[in-house]
Design a protein around this ligand. Structure first.
Ligand code: ADP
Length: 989
């Protein structure tokens, strides 16, 4: 901005006015007041000039003012609304000026424009002349170069009389060098504003500012020249330039300022204060040129003194751009305008920093040293080569010596020399030491001590001054602080907890690392303003948070607690629980809110999932036909479905209520029963109860399954599911009846078979007996052959009858075991003997093996054991064409003195298909294979054997592979009998 600032001094005469930047009229000349005659000067001041501007010129005027930002001056047309509402069209020169330290605009109406003042025709010339005389500027009116009129101001300016100029050519007064230019302006009827050299009466050409305008007056084309003597201004400007050059070259720091602005600073000043350009300096507020700690003095001493006597002299402290201080010796001058009003200050400063530093250095001279020493709360010791010369009271008490004890001691005796490397050398030789060492008291105890050592001149000698400070407490406190800070940090880190402190005064929010990370901010950012922080992180819930904060600030809540969803940060959005509390200062003024931001994303997700699953569960519950309900450990109803409501209404005539204890309404006994059941379930786990009850008009059987509810290991209540099992129970009852009937029928049948076979056995024995007798008699060969057939048929029939009788007895449950003590090994030997011949006859090997752990003598039913073994071995032989039959007896385990006897019969015969392996134990079942037919048999043997093993508390099993052989085995508990106790001798049994 190249803006010429014209001093107010020029604003003195003519139709002029001065505007503030807001366009109010700051001042005006009497002449302007006369122009606006009907209004009067005092009515103009303070009013906006726009009130007097016709709308037509308002915009142009404002644009012109704006142009002043970039140029010295602007000429523009003004259409003023004058007396009686008449409009005056004036030409005006606008210039930016300073007035009393304020930037304002000076508006000078140009005399040429006065011509357009539309006065009444009759008073035209009169009025014109009057107006011409109003101005201090020279006015020349000419027609085609011939001067027709001038004003007194012009005559005064150049020293002519009216006669000497009127009717003369303007060229007579113009400098010959400028004639051509003037001619050009006239010929082309141009307006001109500029400097022309005009001859005064003494014959000197003087530079004048000439403003030439062509106008039409009373039908004639005339020119009005306004002439202003600028020689004085130019001289002043030249002088100013010279001054400026001197100021710029001066080694002094110079600057000019008013109350609000710095107006000027010389080059030396900018260099000393660290500014790069005048432009930059002009932006600075004047008080900022002075050091902060000096500003008080500036306003209390310098300025008042300068204003009072026009001058202040003394030492001042300036402030450099970088904030450092500059000591100067300063002369401050106050400048006043003609009206006595304070215009500006000029400051002339000499940089005396060097001297001040030297002086400060001097302050540390021995006098001051001694003084400080005594004043200091730090222990101070002065020594020369270790020898203590002087010390203060603090030193005496720090080390616990008597005053006399410390005198003459070696400083190294006050320190643990070994602990700090090179300590001796440092203390005795180094010019400057800053160390933390271990101090030693007179009693030998030690403490953390800070040592500062400086070389000084004292009493004319080179000494070392030690200042000593016990820092054990500080170190301890520091460590404590550090530890608690670390702990807090660790805790907040571990809890992944963000911390924020919102300073309500500065509106800045300090945040910790966790929150910084959550917000995705760089590590360098530990503080930012409140709005930015939440702008960065907030996604959903910001509005609610703001309302929460407002309510908390208004004191409606004791704690701020809101949930905020962040936007996507680091590819993830978080749910933060924002908590905070207002902190007030001692005066009760809110100063900050301190709070936390906890990442509860996982918890929130879980709760969300829980809400969903609860909704699902309740939907499922409600659609179930079965009554379902749950109680907590105090038996209060947690939840239930509509079927449960129906049950309560229909069975107990009551209505269940959530969170109230479960009762069966008026039915106290029922309530008591249920409370017992629910408590029992909590103690014992899942329980099933069956109740017969009236639901409405129906009698039903309900089955209730009560299951403890657990959250992890903790018992939280019981859930109960009811099921109507009436139909199922009825079905079971009818089945039971059918079974009983069938069993009875079976028993009767067995009874019948047992009776009948017994009845048949008696005549059968007679038949066989007599057949035997007959066979001993002399018979023909044919007779004997027939009789042999009768005998084998009879024996087969008797065998069948025996089997039938056995089975019938077993099925009717009438068979009982007969216990005796016997030797199992002998029994096995007998069985082997029985089948040995038959086996050999079929080319089979029959092997037996009784393991050593099998007791010698046992108590069992020997006959039935033999029957089982006989049956299994005879089958094995029957269904094996080759190979080996083996009998194995083992003793598996001993439990409570009982032996678990294992019996196995294995063959290498035809085997049994898998699907038949259970069927062969059914009575009368025989495999439909020719081989089996071939071997005859009744199909009762295995059935009887299984019954007998069961009677002995065992189970007969089979394992078989067709073509590979079969293995029949069972285990039964038996009592071992010691041989001595045995009543029956083994070989006799
Ligand atoms: P049976 O008097 O017919 O032998 P069982 O009740 O003793 O009657 O046996 C039933 C059926 O089981 C037999 O007909 C036979 O088909 C089959 N069976 C029994 N033992 C064996 C075995 N060791 N090997 C092959 N098949 C066998």
């Amino acid at each position: 901005m190249e803006q010429e600032v014209v001093e107010r001094r020029e604003f003195s005469h003519g139709a002029q006015f001065l505007l503030n930047t807001d366009l109010t009229i700051r001042g005006c000349t009497l002449q302007f007041g006369e122009l606006m005659a009907s209004i009067g000067v005092h009515h103009l001041l303070g009013r906006s000039v726009t009130d007097f501007l016709a709308e037509a010129s308002l915009q142009r005027f404002q644009e012109s003012i704006a142009r002043l930002e970039h140029t010295h001056q602007v000429i523009t047309d003004l259409v003023l609304t004058g007396p009686q509402g008449r409009q005056l069209t004036l030409q005006a020169l606008l210039q930016a000026v300073m007035d009393g330290g304020n930037r304002c605009v000076q508006v000078r109406t140009l005399p040429s424009s006065l011509l357009r003042y539309p006065g009444p025709e009759s008073e035209g010339d009169e009025r014109l002349r009057f107006l011409m005389q109003l101005t201090t500027e020279g006015i020349v009116i000419h027609e085609n170069g011939i001067i027709t009129d001038v004003n007194q101001a012009l005559l005064n300016l150049l020293g002519y009389t009216a006669e000497e100029v009127l009717g003369k050519s303007i060229f007579m007064f113009a400098h010959p060098d400028e004639h051509a230019a003037i001619r050009y302006v006239l010929e082309h009827n141009l307006d001109f504003l500029g400097i022309r050299h005009i001859k005064d009466r003494q014959g000197n050409y003087r530079p004048m500012e000439v403003n030439s305008r062509g106008v039409v007056h009373k039908g004639k084309a005339i020119r009005v020249l306004t002439i202003r003597d600028v020689s004085e201004i130019q001289r002043i400007r030249a002088e100013e330039q010279r001054m400026l050059a001197i100021l710029e070259a001066s080694p002094l720091i110079l600057f000019v300022f008013d109350r609000e602005h710095i107006q000027y600073m010389n080059r030396q000043g900018m260099a000393a204060l660290g500014y790069d350009s005048l432009q930059e300096v002009l932006q600075v507020a004047p008080e900022h040129l002075f050091a902060k700690n000096f500003r008080g003095q500036l306003f209390s001493e310098l300025v008042p003194e300068a204003m009072h006597s026009g001058k202040w002299e003394g030492q001042a402290i300036l402030r450099r751009k970088d904030g450092t201080q500059l000591f100067v010796s300063q002369t401050l001058l106050a400048h006043r305008s003609e009206t006595g009003r304070l215009d500006f200050f000029s400051a002339i400063c000499l940089d005396i920093s060097e001297e001040v530093l030297a002086w400060q250095h001097a302050r540390e001279s021995q006098e001051r040293l001694k003084y400080f020493m005594e004043q200091s709360r730090e222990a101070i010791i002065i020594h020369e080569n270790g020898q203590i010369m002087d010390f203060n009271d603090a030193a005496v008490s720090l080390f616990g010596y008597e005053r006399t004890g410390l005198q003459g001691l070696n400083v190294l005796q006050l320190m643990h020399v070994e602990r700090t490397p090179q300590l001796r050398e440092k203390i005795l030789q180094w010019p400057q030491v800053d160390e933390e060492v271990l101090g030693v008291r007179s009693d030998g105890s030690t403490f953390e001590m800070q040592v500062r050592s400086r070389r000084r001149t004292y009493k004319g000698r080179q000494v070392q001054v030690l200042s000593l400070l016990d820092v054990s407490d500080i170190r301890h406190a520091e460590q404590q602080l550090l530890r608690s800070q670390e702990m807090l940090q660790a805790a907040t880190q571990a809890a992944h907890m963000g911390i924020w402190e919102w300073n309500l005064v500065t509106n800045m929010v300090a945040i910790n690392e966790v929150l910084r990370h959550l917000a995705g901010l760089p590590a360098s950012c530990s503080e930012l303003d409140f709005a930015s922080l939440f702008e960065i992180i907030a996604g959903r819930g910001l509005q609610k948070l703001m309302i929460g904060i407002r309510r908390h600030l208004a004191g409606e809540t004791s704690m701020l607690s809101e949930v905020l969803h962040t936007r996507e940060i680091n590819g993830q959005s978080y749910v933060l629980e924002i908590k905070g509390r207002l902190v007030r200062n001692a005066q009760g003024v809110p100063v900050q809110i301190i709070g936390t931001a906890q990442d509860i994303t996982e918890r929130y997700k879980m709760e969300e999932a829980l809400r969903k699953s609860e909704a699902l569960l309740s939907a499922v519950l409600q659609t179930r036909q079965e009554p379902i309900w749950a109680v907590d450990t105090d038996l209060n109803l947690l939840s239930f479905n509509s079927s449960f409501v129906r049950l309560c209404q229909q069975a107990f005539q009551c209505h269940p209520r959530l969170n109230q204890q479960f009762t069966a309404g008026e039915h106290q006994a029922e309530t008591y029963k249920w409370h017992q059941r629910l408590r029992q379930c909590m103690q014992q786990g899942t329980l099933i109860f069956v109740d017969e009850m009236n639901i409405g008009p129906k009698r039903v059987i309900m089955e209730f399954t009560a299951t403890p509810l657990k959250a992890g290991d903790e018992l939280t209540g019981v859930s109960v599911l009811g099921r109507d099992i009436t139909a199922q129970k009825e079905f079971e009852a009818s089945l039971q009846q059918a079974r009983l009937a069938a069993e009875e029928a079976n028993r009767l049948k067995s009874q019948f078979i047992a009776n009948i076979s017994h009845e048949i056995r008696t005549p059968m024995n007679a038949i066989l007996g007599f057949t035997d007798l007959l066979l001993q008699m002399k018979l023909s060969k044919l007779q004997r052959e027939y009789l042999e057939l009768v005998k084998t048929s009879g024996e087969s029939l008797l065998e069948l009858l025996n089997d039938l009788l056995d089975l019938a007895k077993l099925e009717a449950g009438r068979q009982e075991l007969v216990y005796s003590d016997f030797c199992l090994r002998s029994l096995v030997a007998e069985v082997k003997k029985t089948f040995q011949a038959k086996a050999r006859q079929q080319g089979l090997v029959l092997k037996t093996k009784v393991h050593a752990q099998v007791p010698k003598c046992i108590k069992a039913d020997k006959g039935r054991m033999r029957q089982i073994l006989n049956n299994l071995v005879s089958n094995a032989i029957k269904y094996s064409a080759h190979g080996t039959i083996s009998i194995l007896i083992d003793c598996k385990s001993v439990l409570n003195g009982q032996h678990q006897l294992y019996v196995e019969v294995k063959d290498t015969g035809i085997g049994i298909p898998k699907e038949m392996q259970e069927l062969i134990f059914e009575p009368f079942f025989q495999l439909g294979n020719p081989l089996s037919r071939e071997h005859g048999g009744t199909g009762l043997g295995l059935s009887i054997a299984r019954h007998l093993v069961r009677l002995m508390q065992g189970e007969l099993h089979v394992e078989s592979q067709p073509g590979q052989g079969s293995r029949f085995y069972f285990s039964i508990p038996v009592q071992a009998v010691k041989v001595g106790q045995s009543r029956v001798r083994s070989n006799k049994s």
